[in-house]
Ligand binder design. Sequence first.
Ligand code: FES
Length: 376
Amino acid sequence: MSDPTLTGKPASEPRIDPPMGLLAELTHRCPLQCPYCSNPVELERRSDELTTADWQRILCEAAALGVLQVHLSGGEPAARRDLTELVATCAEQQLYSNLITAGVNISPQRLAELADAGLDHVQLSFQGATPEVTEQVSGLRGAHDKKRAFAAEVRALELPLTLNVVLHRANIDQVDDFIALALALGAERLELAHAQYYGWALHNRSALMPPRAEVMAALAKVEQAQARLKGRLAIDSVVPDYYARRPKPCMNGWGRQTLNVTPSGLGLPCHAAQRIPGLEFWSLREHTLADVWYRSPAFNAFRGTDFLPDTCQRCERRDIDFGGCRCQALMVTGDARQMDPVCEFSPWHDDIQTLAIADSARDAAFAYRRFARRGE
Ligand code: FES
């Protein structure tokens, strides 16, 4: 193992800026059953969800705190009857609202109401580029046609549209088809994100992990399309962690730019943080958003880079990737303070590559989520 570039710079002091983005997980209920879902294995129940008034207070506090963008997410956020009211609150508070949806249970009338309430942007998931693959992955018959119809309604209302695709072994050969689909539906942006192995997805890793050669072929196609379609379709590509040499700057740094609020009101630095033992999360039922952001123990646990091992402290990428992902460090090394094992300088780097190769060769079947029943 070689050593990273030495910079000789002292470890950076944590400086707490206000958050820019809030991921509002309105509910864990969802009509789809995707095996790649990165929500926790234990879902929060409908009876524990925050009320409309709770969420409106949180949105007002977010605006006061300096948040610019609110991502209305889930599960399926449209499972909440008060979605239009929450969008209206975002608009009143001048928060840019992004609806992250499966697009299978929003009628044209309801979408028009959301647009009237001030919705700014729609991010629509596709599980496959063809009806067969969408239905196979989502576990919902007819899902593909519903999504296409929903996308047409979004564009008819002149709302900006992003297609979001999670890539894995069952759909990685459809990259060109996803690009064609995005163009046909009039999307402005296409996100092709390889599956991230947290929550339920970790449970399905051996069914989802693609072989390295297929990952490389997909990345080459994306690069070609990015050049070819410049100015017409923006394509964001998230590479699969396990085959990478350098870690992603997970959450753009812990407690640095964004925060998540769970359906029951817990403030989380990332969606998988509850897996890390010993962290104390504060509830938005008892604390303000500012308290959670600036003062809650979980947010301060891994702020900055001082906690990272010596190798990271001397690395020129220390303030670019912040040592990678705390949750992945925990999963592979057993210690959330370790450098992300994706990094080629980690003593665990070979282990994670070996895991990926072994998983990609296994003939495992999908374990589907049953949100609709378990989340009630
Ligand atoms: Fe938790 Fe990356 S998912 S820090």
